[in-house]
Design a protein around this ligand. Structure first.
Ligand SMILES: C[S@@+](CC[C@H](N)C(=O)[O-])C[C@H]1O[C@@H](n2cnc3c(N)ncnc32)[C@H](O)[C@@H]1O
Length: 252
């Protein structure tokens, strides 16, 4: 018997940013699998519950929480450690699928934003299918990305006419190849790396908690507002206990 696992993009946190296709997919689910990443991830778990309350109905869905395997945050070999951690995650999810989802049942994982951008869920489901211990049909539903929430919040295009766009992380920002830095969308940057790597004349459009009632947006040149972004980020993180922020960096 084949189980189905829906990998559903739910957008960047706003209950109204869930697409109609995602709502349809959520409504036929027997079990939602949620990785429990400890206290730090509790607010993000709450957002997922709010989305299910809103789009399915309170008490009309089932969550199964899976303890996230521990991860070395400062490994000698970053890529090898991430691969090891993803293997451990895929095994934990596989166990939960076998234990909690009946044969022919429909499970789902609600993925922040869109499953194609800096998210390990599809790598994990590929590993489960490859191992073949559980017969699984994987379905994917696209979500609004935090990158599109950022450009919409600022009412801007991600590029000037015909220019390319480079999507990267704070960790890799310093190694953007020459010529690819015209328009950069930067995610996962807890260190405000642009303060070290960007030119003061570069323009930055920054946003945090995009699509939610707590949304904050700032824009200007790095020289003008770089430090304001850093202090705003620190204060917001303390106030809420978590933060997700993203920015577009553009050369003059
Ligand atoms: C692990 S990545 C996941 C990206 C996600 N799959 C997407 O499509 O947007 C998490 C990063 O996405 C960005 N992000 C996600 N939601 C956001 C939001 N509501 N506001 C600002 N940035 C957000 C942040 O850069 C955060 O560090």
């Amino acid at each position: 018997m084949t189980r189905t696992l829906r990998v559903i993009g739910i957008g960047p946190g706003g209950v109204r940013q869930v697409t109609l296709e995602a709502v349809d997919a959520m409504q036929g689910v027997d079990v939602f699998f949620v990785l429990d990443k400890g206290a730090a991830s509790a607010p993000l778990r709450d957002v997922r519950r709010q989305m299910c309350d809103e789009h399915i109905g309170p008490g009309r869905y089932r969550f199964v929480e899976i303890a996230d395997p521990p991860r070395d945050r400062d490994p000698v070999d970053y890529d090898a450690e991430v691969r090891r951690w993803h293997d451990a995650r895929s095994e934990a999810i596989e166990e939960a699928l076998l234990a909690e989802l009946p044969d022919s049942g429909v499970g789902a994982i609600l993925v922040w934003g869109d499953p194609s951008l800096y998210d390990s869920t599809l790598r994990i489901t590929d590993a489960i299918v490859e191992r073949g211990r559980v017969a699984l049909d994987v379905e994917v539903v696209a979500g609004v990305t935090s990158a599109s929430a950022l450009t919409a919040a600022h009412r801007i295009l991600a590029n000037r006419i015909g220019e390319p766009i480079h999507i990267t992380t704070g960790r890799r920002l310093a190694s953007t190849p020459e010529g690819a830095d015209t328009n950069q969308i930067v995610m996962l940057d807890a260190d405000c790396t642009f303060l070290r790597t960007a030119d003061p004349d570069d323009r930055i459009w920054w946003g945090a908690y995009l699509g939610t009632p707590d949304e904050i947006v700032l824009s200007g040149t790095v020289g003008e507002i770089g430090e304001t972004i850093r202090s705003t980020r620190t204060a917001a993180r303390e106030r809420h206990g978590w933060i997700m922020d993203i920015y577009l960096l553009r050369t003059p």
